[in-house]
Design a protein around this ligand. Structure first.
Ligand SMILES: NC(=O)c1ccc[n+]([C@@H]2O[C@H](COP(=O)([O-])OP(=O)(O)OC[C@H]3O[C@@H](n4cnc5c(N)ncnc54)[C@H](OP(=O)(O)O)[C@@H]3O)[C@@H](O)[C@H]2O)c1
Length: 317
């Protein structure tokens, strides 16, 4: 199979591209050439890298044709954020590809209702990102079911791995929260700390992309969550991290209005986005149809990432 991955040097591509190469795919990776994968791997020696700015080529209407000319059997689209981008690519690839995999997000659900959330529940997204991703999902699955376009949509949770800061127990990305907890300092959490976050290790996301390609007949026309087996409450997350460092968590619970005054605006916005969704997603469908077997719990994934932050001197504990 010739497999094109659009945006293949990021969190997921770091793990997915080596898996594709090892499985015998001829891999072509499209990026702007500005970043390298988070971890080196010998598999990259056999990957053809094509430098393209998707946004610039979409503006001239040439991106889809560019991908088609690479004669892919499989296209994995990691970086589609607008319905028009998806329409443009599908129009160019119809009749060419055997499988088309889109990376979505669990944000398509909006706020959690009945948990664990299943893929079948009605979408109630909010915020431009979630709304666009839900529109793309709806469009791709409809194309698959009505016209036979071989689309599958995978919805990751908060992607974690060594090399970048994970979503922390306060619901934002400042890695110093881990350092404060490790030193036994007090941490304020909004409300009762019972709102949830749902992580996934980047390699588990890569695993499900591979399983979707291998189980084509179960994957086409379907969407799947790709998260760890269980979500975490902010409180449970903070208490677990404290225990890693031999501490008892010193948590203080304050109202949202009070809490937001204690952190910078950027962190407030990130925490609000996460607790307003409070994701808690089911992996039963991916387990049943694609034999998804995540290697990492949320805490194992975060532990690996925090260990990397410590080893690289990015946080002092
Ligand atoms: N991060 C999360 O926690 C999370 C959670 C849920 C869902 N998702 C979904 O995951 C997907 C992103 O995957 P990721 O986190 O693995 O990606 P990522 O780490 O953000 O990496 C993006 C990749 O795309 C390339 N790229 C960016 N802009 C480009 C452009 N205009 N033209 C061509 N290449 C471009 C980047 O390389 P260059 O910079 O060199 O071009 C890089 O290789 C998105 O669809 C997102 O909605 C992410």
């Amino acid at each position: 199979m010739r497999t094109i991955i659009i945006g293949g040097k990021g969190h997921v591509g770091t793990y997915l591209v080596p898996r594709l190469v090892e499985a015998g795919h001829e891999v072509v990776c499209i990026t702007r050439g500005q970043r390298e994968p988070y971890q080196p791997h010998a598999a990259w020696k056999s990957v053809r890298c094509v430098t393209v700015d998707r946004a610039a080529e979409e503006a001239t209407g040439s991106f889809g044709q560019r991908v088609r000319e690479l004669q892919p059997d499989v296209v994995i689209d990691m970086i589609c954020f607008h319905l028009d981008s998806a329409r443009h690519l599908v129009a160019a690839l119809r009749g060419q590809v055997q499988a088309f995999l889109h990376c979505g997000t669990i944000w398509v659900h909006g706020p959690s209702m009945q948990v664990p959330t299943t893929e079948e529940q009605p979408r109630r997204p909010f915020g431009e990102y979630g709304i666009q991703k839900a529109a793309i999902e709806s469009y791709l699955l409809s194309e698959a079911r009505r016209t036979g376009f071989p689309a599958t949509v995978l919805h990751p949770g908060h992607i974690v791995g060594p090399g970048w800061a994970p979503l922390n127990p306060a619901g934002h990305f400042n890695p110093q929260v881990f350092a404060r907890i490790a030193r036994g300092e007090e941490l304020a959490l909004p409300n009762l700390g019972l709102e949830t976050v749902h992580h996934v290790h980047a390699d588990d996301v890569a695993q499900l992309f591979m399983q979707a390609i291998a189980n084509w007949s179960h994957a086409v026309g379907e969407s799947f969550h790709v998260v760890s087996p269980q979500a975490l409450s902010l409180r449970g997350y903070a208490e677990s991290v404290s225990a890693w460092f031999g501490q008892s968590a010193r948590l203080r619970f304050v109202s949202w209005e009070e809490w937001r005054k204690t952190v910078p605006e950027q962190e407030t916005a990130a925490t609000w986005d996460h607790i307003a969704h409070s994701p808690n997603c089911s992996i039963a469908k991916a387990q049943r149809l694609l034999n998804y077997q995540p290697r990492y719990s949320s805490l194992q994934a975060v532990y690996e990432s925090v260990s990397w932050l410590i080893a690289h001197g990015l946080i002092s504990v």
